[in-house]
Design a binder for this molecule. Sequence first.
Ligand code: CA
Ligand code: CA
Ligand code: CA
Ligand code: CA
Length: 235
Amino acid sequence: MLLVEANDQGREPGPRSATATVHIVVEDDNDNAPQFSEKRYVVQVPEDMAPNREILQVTATDQDRGSNAVVHFSIMSGNSRGQFYIDAQTGKMDLVSHLDYEANKEYTLRVRAQDGGRPPLSNISGLVTVQVLDVNDNAPIFVSTPFQATVLENVPLGYSIIHIQAVDADSGDNSRLEYRLTDTTPNFPFSINNSTGWIVSYTLAITARDNGIPQKGKPGIFVIGLNEAVEMSLQ
Ligand SMILES: [Ca+2]
Ligand SMILES: [Ca+2]
Ligand SMILES: [Ca+2]
Ligand SMILES: [Ca+2]
């Protein structure tokens, strides 16, 4: 509040004056844009996280007053599939739909903070990086089944017969395969390399004999249907 005095220059009977009070209201000018608390927000989310859960919160401050300092948030880009939702008032970000590490390992979202001034000021520098973490949600798949190999009965020991191969869509240990023969008879004449999947001959002489009396060996070829004998397990 100011007090202003006005004096005239009169002499008879003397100068006269008047005073007035002046009220000056300083109105806030919206001259500050909201500022994010972080240059970049990074959050790691496992791909099997249930939707409709909060993954992080962005915050921003505004140096102005009143509505000039009220901040609203929105996602500007990077959310083309609509997998994330941001609460305009709180800045809390939710996962909306299921993630899939095999389809998309990382999302970069640009977030805007806009104040309530007229006209409003915006800050579009907010960056949110969502790093998806792999979960073992894929079983191995054999590349071609059934596997079948035809082997001469006199193949040498250690002879590589057939390459069993499977693929796994996950990553790291979730996709590192180990091959094993299961349900094999005690003298099963083949072994499998646990890491490569190569099946090799294990005994020198392979014979296919029946159990009749007299027992008859059937020389020639030995056909193994391996698809039922091979199973993979994860390390
Ligand atoms: Ca402002
Ligand atoms: Ca997946
Ligand atoms: Ca996975
Ligand atoms: Ca897997």
